[in-house]
Design a protein around this ligand. Sequence first.
Ligand code: HMG
Ligand code: MG
Length: 308
Amino acid sequence: MPAVPAQVRIVEVGPRDGLQNESSAISVGLRIELIERLADAGLTTIEAGAFVSPRRVPNMAGSGDVMRALQRRPGVSYPCLVPNDTGLDAALAAGCDEIAIFAAASDTFSQRNISCGITESMNRLGAVATRALDAGLRVRGYLSCVLGCPYEGAVAGATVAALAHELSSMGCHEVSLGDTIGVGTPHQVRALVDEVARRVPVARLAGHFHDTMGMGVANVYAAMLSGVAVFDTSVAGLGGCPFAPGASGNVATEDVVYMLEGAGVHTGVNPERLTGVARWISALLGKQPMSHIALAARCAGLPEDGTP
Ligand code: HMG
Ligand code: MG
């Protein structure tokens, strides 16, 4: 049996991917409190915001205020999404030290998401990455629609591998492979990771699975068997992309932590505290948590406010 990594790093994307898709307005104060509670639960990489058009993604407006007001903790990183030079200017002004640039493996999704096709986006992002690296920032890369596009359907693994390689060559320390609409299966995940790993070392790949078809945890496990040791997850399974119709939330952090702890993989996350955060944010957003673990806590009669 292939070995699983001894240690996995979780990139908590709830405050960004999770909240960007919420229909109600979320205050800067609540976003900060969510980030603080996630850090209290032991998460050490917390995606804190996105410097994108406030007209297109209203809930990410004020990301500069979030970054400026946050009491940043040593040992915790707070990357933010940056799509272009305007976004980078705002990220630098807010004192960000890590950004994530994002592209897609589907031309139509790229157009809908960032208003330009793949080729133009890569040119744009190359310049942004160079500027950010010159300014001393760490740069992560995202590639969306790696297992399917809501507009174009199937996406070729060779396209994903070539674009992941391009992002890596721009200086991204890690490339996160996004199943944006959550249609991939474990078998497909393994085949894709193995193909991409021929162009980008697997140690520099991350998995970003949305849970539309309920395959999220299984897909994380499948990617682990292919050597991936970094996963993007969202507390309470919040999330989705406003430009990917039909996509549901990210695989829930607490479900992934439960699976990992059961496999003897160290995450550094306190499961009870994390489940408390999942229940707290779900109650505040007026929704039922989408994770199995948080629902199990509710069935066990634990308090709704997330107190363990
Ligand atoms: P653009 O090329 O200028 O064109 O922006 P546009 O028509 O899309 O937007 C124009 C407006 O955005 C103008 O303002 C610009 O000034 C403004 P308006 O005239 O409407 O008042 N603008 C900006 N404002 C703030 N910050 C900026 C900025 N740039 C332009 N940086 C842009 C291109 C990419 C900025 C825009 O299309 C946009 O913001 N799109 C939203 C992208 C987004 O946030 N998508 C969701 C995140 S990606 C995701 O969820 C996938 C991921 O989770 C992985 C996965 O699941 O696969 C990462
Ligand atoms: Mg996503």
